[in-house]
Design a binder for this molecule. Structure first.
Ligand SMILES: C=CC1=C(C)c2cc3[nH]c(cc4nc(cc5[nH]c(cc1n2)c(C)c5CCC(=O)O)C(CCC(=O)O)=C4C)c(C)c3C=C
Ligand SMILES: [Fe+2]
Ligand SMILES: [Fe+2]
Length: 335
């Protein structure tokens, strides 16, 4: 069929997958960290205080003190490929693209900082993706993570004349693929240690306690992940919540307090891991692997191990491929 000479170009139809993670600063210097924190902590899904009250506190207090402290923390985990979260997310994207082959276009974006969700969503559409799965990589649903990533994607869709059809990845906290991948990865991590841990700690990112009362399923989904994982491994796990922010009451028990308490009460050998993070990042590599070790050994522990997240490991990528392929049902050949 002959197209009119001024017809917009026609590109072949494709299916796209947009992996989304939280975001990270472009550099570990104080101005980069300040820019990132300003965007992150201005998100009303993250800090649920009216902006008229919160913005003066954020600008006058938080952004004048925290960036220096956080930049110091980022400097301890920064790699030649940049922030660990960014480097690992890139690797997950490339590995998943290899697993799906040319029938599916896999890309990634960050909720805060770069690459921006709007830019990558638009790029997928411009490449001909008329069907896109938006995949926030959070196993446990939380308004401050999953919902805000989806909000950002839908805000961009609202600007489009020709929208792609979209699906969003549901939480996968109790998915057998995820539990099996965690079991495989953690058991391999323990087998490689030079000591036998007496205690296993599963540390999840915390949230303000009131979000549980407001109906956010995050806390329950973390507990269920830990229960299923403990049952699969045939071992008891201690569940803790880390990374408290601000003066409000957060979900507990707090990871740092539990580490010190266990050591003070006589635990000597301990392994900790963070099943709620799909990629290692500041919160795992600095807060758990570095500071957690100091807290535990400072209180009398002798052997401490931090076991890495699923990242782009073989079990982690098999899991991601499995859950994403399922969500693409009817859009791709399931073969
Ligand atoms: C895995 C789920 C996460 C939840 C839930 C979450 C909630 C949440 N976080 C903050 C404040 C901060 N978080 C920071 C870093 C950070 N948080 C997550 C994940 C969750 N956050 C990740 C993956 C990262 C790491 C980013 C990286 O660059 O590696 C930070 C920034 C670092 C710092 O200054 O400590 C802050 C601040 C709040 C307030 C919140 C829920 C209300
Ligand atoms: Fe966080
Ligand atoms: Fe609960």
């Amino acid at each position: 069929m002959q197209l009119p000479p001024d017809h917009p170009p026609i590109v072949p139809r494709k299916v796209g997958v947009l992996l989304v993670n939280l975001g990270t600063p472009d550099g570990s210097d104080v101005p980069s960290v300040r820019r990132y924190l300003a965007e992150f902590l201005s998100d009303r899904r993250v800090v649920e205080i009216p902006p008229l009250v919160w913005q003066p506190i954020l600008r006058g207090l938080v952004l004048t003190t925290r960036p220096k402290k956080s930049a110091h923390a980022y400097q301890q985990v920064w790699t030649k490929d940049g922030s660990p979260l960014a480097a690992i997310t890139r690797e997950q994207t490339a590995t998943l693209q290899g697993a799906f082959g040319p029938g599916v276009m896999v890309d990634y974006a960050m909720r805060y900082g770069r690459p921006a969700i709007a830019d990558r969503l638009q790029a997928l559409k411009d490449e001909g993706c008329e069907r896109i799965l938006i995949a926030p990589l959070y196993p446990q649903y939380c308004a401050a993570t999953t919902a805000t990533a989806n909000d950002k994607a839908f805000a961009h869709l609202a600007t489009m004349r020709w929208q792609p059809a979209v699906r969003t990845l549901p939480p996968y906290h109790d998915d057998p693929h995820y539990i099996a991948a965690l079991k495989e990865s953690i058991e391999a991590g323990i087998a490689a240690l030079e000591f036998e841990p007496e205690i296993l700690v599963a540390s999840f990112h915390g949230m303000p306690q009131r979000t549980l009362m407001l109906g956010d399923p995050y806390h329950c989904q973390c507990q269920k992940t830990a229960r299923l994982l403990g049952e699969a491994m045939g071992r008891e796990l201690i569940v803790t919540f880390q990374s408290r922010f601000g003066p409000a009451k957060w979900l507990g028990p707090a990871t740092d307090e539990v580490l010190m308490d266990l050591a003070q009460k006589g635990t000597r050998r301990l392994a900790i891991f963070a099943p709620g993070f799909s990629a290692d990042c500041l919160e795992t590599l600095e807060e758990l692997a570095i500071r957690g070790r100091e807290e535990f050994t400072g209180a009398g522990g002798t052997h401490f191990a931090y076991l890495p997240c699923l990242n782009a490991s073989a079990p982690g990528m098999r899991m991601l491929r499995g859950i994403i392929a399922r969500e693409l049902a009817g859009w791709i050949d399931q073969g």
